[in-house]
Design a protein around this ligand. Sequence first.
Ligand code: UDP
Length: 195
Amino acid sequence: SNKVNILGVRVDSVTMDEAVSRVEAYMDQRAGVMIATANAEMIMRATKDAELMQILNEAALVVPDGAGTVWAAHHLGYAMPERVAGYDMAQRLMADAPSHHRRIFFFGSAPGVAEKAKIKAEHLYPGIEIVGVRNGFFSAQDEPEILAQIRDARPDLLLAALGVPKQEKWLYRHLQELGVPVSIGVGGTLDVMAG
Ligand code: UDP
């Protein structure tokens, strides 16, 4: 798809339907990619954080999350069909998961939140397989155990809710050893689901 350069961050000009199709294809291919949801705050942060900028520009897909990103694209004279919010994209992927037999892992948020989000997902999307949960507060010495937990759960989709830029940096650093087809940084999504 077309990439739109917003302050150095190359954002994909995609609709929600196109974004979801791309993610489904990456899962089918077992691609091992990461996807970012770029709101105005993340783009501004990337202008001051070269590592985040590089990670975003290497991501397989960067969706335009938020009215600010869509506005910026239009202001620069580019087509950008609609806002693709990370929360909404995660819900679409979860809604499709039972029929596509996708295994999903929830990683992040305070202790207990991912468990509540799992119960909510199982209620909203009957048949969904949330194959593991793990809170997002850990030290470096906990990381081997977390990596093993995620690997052993063999998810097709890893939703990482550690906040920006921690989730992007963590996913980028561990992409190879995780061996997960698709990982997405989803910010406050698990908090919202847990209510
Ligand atoms: N979080 C976490 N580990 C941390 C710091 C934050 O799991 O070390 C979680 C936090 O509990 C919250 C999410 O990351 O669920 C960040 O949510 P926020 O809405 O702030 O996301 P952002 O605006 O950064 O995308």
